[in-house]
Design a protein around this ligand. Structure first.
Ligand code: ZN
Length: 155
């Protein structure tokens, strides 16, 4: 069974969140959350139904199947962990965080995701380690002017 596309994963994540928050997910809610036209949401929801990720009945609404729910939950978990990770390493711009997370969450392997999750856990449990890292970043920034991208060797 092929992996769902990135777009399908986004739908499943959104549907999962809506059901967690409101107890249901309507096409109009999904369209609002993803900033899409209801007609394109309906098409995608039908496709998700054909591939057995949701059960969609026009008048009764939409439920996740077991495999749809599993992917929705996984995507939301990845999203949260990646957000935390980027904030902990000092990315402050919320637009950049969301944009990067939306890309990374579809492509990162399970192995790397688990390693990142452990790192986030560790940083949260050892604030002194996190502070040491943040002091390091501040001192590098204060030293000024260097472009880390152009110089990957530590000074
Ligand atoms: Zn996401």
């Amino acid at each position: 069974m092929a992996r769902p596309t990135a777009s399908m994963e986004d739908y499943l994540e959104t549907i999962y969140e809506l059901i967690q928050e409101k107890g249901y997910a309507r096409v109009s809610d999904i369209a609002a959350a993803l900033d899409l036209q209801p007609s394109s949401v309906t098409r995608m929801v039908q496709k998700l139904d054909e591939q057995n990720y949701v059960v969609y009945e026009r008048y009764r609404g939409l439920v996740l199947t077991a495999k749809g729910e599993q992917i929705g939950r996984q995507m939301r978990r990845r999203h949260r962990t990646l957000e935390q990770f980027l904030r902990l390493i000092g990315v402050e711009d919320e637009d950049i965080i969301q944009q990067d997370v939306e890309g990374i969450e579809h492509h990162v392997s399970l192995t790397t995701m688990n390693a990142l999750r452990r790192l986030v856990e560790f940083m949260n449990r050892h604030p002194q380690w996190l502070r040491a890292f943040q002091d390091y970043v501040r001192s590098r920034d204060a030293a000024g002017g260097d472009d880390p991208d152009a110089d990957d060797e530590p000074a």
